[in-house]
Design a protein around this ligand. Structure first.
Ligand SMILES: Cc1cc2nc3c(=O)[nH]c(=O)nc-3n(C[C@H](O)[C@H](O)[C@H](O)COP(=O)(O)O)c2cc1C
Length: 425
């Protein structure tokens, strides 16, 4: 059966067994909203992540899975199933599916259809960053690209396994754009944000050859051997920026205070405790092209750190004398020699966010301030600190740009894309 040009176009969606399989439910909804038809085929492993019932509900069609099903063969043979589509989309394309596709294996319905199809194939990979970076996957992607398969993503960000790096499924709206582009006969797929994805294409990535220095997390300022002054910074935003910069091809040094996060993949992480240690580590890691001060550096430290644990004595409260910590951001921004081409500061404010950020831009001498409201009115005490999302305003010498609330990875990707463009100018 050949597609009829008057009929709505049909997508054959092959769903692989990855943690991102749930996102194809949203993709199906978006595809149908465009007036396209979508029919799903699941691998056996996909059934561990989404059910045929939920896929059938969002596609409005039968969901196929078995190669040796007499009923399916009688209704529609497996060859017809692949030929009846205008485009084949594999999402999530697992490392296993890519390997099978690259070597022409056909040991289940999904891979048999992929081998039997005469239509364009769009693959949206999603996997752990080390699986994506593995030489075997690199070989398979290169082979499939040579075979004419088009790729969308993966993008950089945090993984279900808690690591940061390249391997996330491109977001469903970006996959939809790729689908529409291929259906229109074009092959130049717009890159989704954060999709400087292929470790092999380093020459094409916007921060290749650049050194990006990022600070992240809080600092801990000791009072005595067991007590310290701290703040609620989790490091999620700074770590996501470091990961996004690495995904963009930069060589990244991350100077991090104490956080409960894994070091992002592909960055050089330096672990510190105090503001003065952070200042030293930053000085040693210089020079850099871009400095991003995302750490919540304590403004003050105890002026008199006790050598022994301070003892409680009835009726007497110890007094704490605070002294000012070094201003790491201002030090980098106002350096007489070796100032980075771009210096970016973060302003965490609880009141008058924009006004304080504008003042900080001028006072510190940086090129850009990313301001966020960390007031406690949000989801938790500490507002955005520790949360997965953030709402930021970008303030530079030309004005203010407010971004919608987004995941911290999405903010990181967008910020890094912006900085790469600024650096290129
Ligand atoms: C919890 C869990 C999550 C997984 N997520 C992924 C993933 O995101 N990407 C991937 O390539 N494989 C992932 N795997 C491994 C695949 O499920 C496995 O390789 C499977 O054989 C893939 O089958 P398929 O390619 O036929 O769908 C995951 C496995 C488990 C147990």
């Amino acid at each position: 059966m050949q597609p009829n040009s008057l009929q709505p176009k049909r997508i054959l969606l092959i769903v692989g067994g990855g943690i991102a399989a749930y996102k194809v439910l949203d993709l199906c909804r978006l595809i149908r909203r465009k007036g396209l038809l979508v029919r799903a085929v699941m691998t056996k492993a996909a059934g561990e992540f989404v059910t045929p019932l939920s896929l059938g509900s969002v596609t409005g069609d039968k969901v196929y899975g078995e190669l040796f099903s007499l009923t399916d063969e009688a209704e529609m043979g497996h060859i017809e199933l692949s030929r009846d589509a205008d485009l084949v989309v594999v999402a999530p394309a697992t490392a296993n599916l890519l390997a099978k596709m690259a070597s022409g294996l056909a040991d289940d319905l999904a891979t048999t259809l992929l081998l039997a199809t005469d239509k364009k194939v769009l693959a949206a990979p999603a996997m752990n960053l080390r699986m994506w970076a593995h030489p075997a996957t690199r070989r398979n992607v290169a082979q499939l690209t040579a075979d004419g398969v088009t790729f969308i993503g993966p993008t950089a960000g945090s993984m279900a396994c808690g690591e940061f790096g390249v391997g996330r499924l491109a977001e469903p709206p970006a996959i939809l754009v790729a689908i529409e582009t291929l259906l229109a006969g074009d092959t130049a797929i717009p890159l989704p944000e954060g999709a400087w994805a292929d470790p092999a294409d380093s020459g094409l990535r916007p921060l290749s050859g650049r050194h990006v220095l990022v600070t992240s997390g809080p600092t801990h300022e000791p009072i005595d051997p067991v007590r310290y002054i701290a703040n609620r910074s989790s490091g999620k935003q700074g770590h996501a920026i470091a990961a996004a910069a690495a995904a963009a091809g930069a060589s990244v040094t991350l100077v991090t205070g104490p956080v409960a996060l894994a070091d992002p993949y592909g960055v050089t992480a330096i672990h510190v405790e105090t503001a003065r240690e952070m200042q030293d580590a930053v000085a040693r890691a210089m020079p850099c092209d871009i400095f991003i001060g995302a750490a919540a550096v304590a403004d003050w430290r105890s002026g008199d750190v006790a050598g022994q644990k301070l003892k409680k004595s009835a009726g007497a409260v110890s007094e704490l004398t605070l002294v000012e910590n070094p201003d790491i951001l201002a030090g980098v921004a106002q350096a007489k020699t070796g100032r980075p081409a771009l210096v970016v500061g973060f302003a965490a404010e609880t009141t008058d966010v924009i006004a304080h950020a504008e003042a900080k831009l001028a006072r510190k001498g940086c090129d850009l301030i990313v301001a966020n409201d960390v007031s406690t009115s949000g989801e938790s005490p500490g507002g955005v600190m520790g949360q997965a999302t953030n709402t930021v305003h970008l303030i530079d010498h030309t004005g203010i740009e407010s971004w919608p609330t987004m995941g911290k990875e999405a903010i990181a990707e967008r910020l890094v894309a912006r900085l790469a463009a600024m650096l290129a100018q």
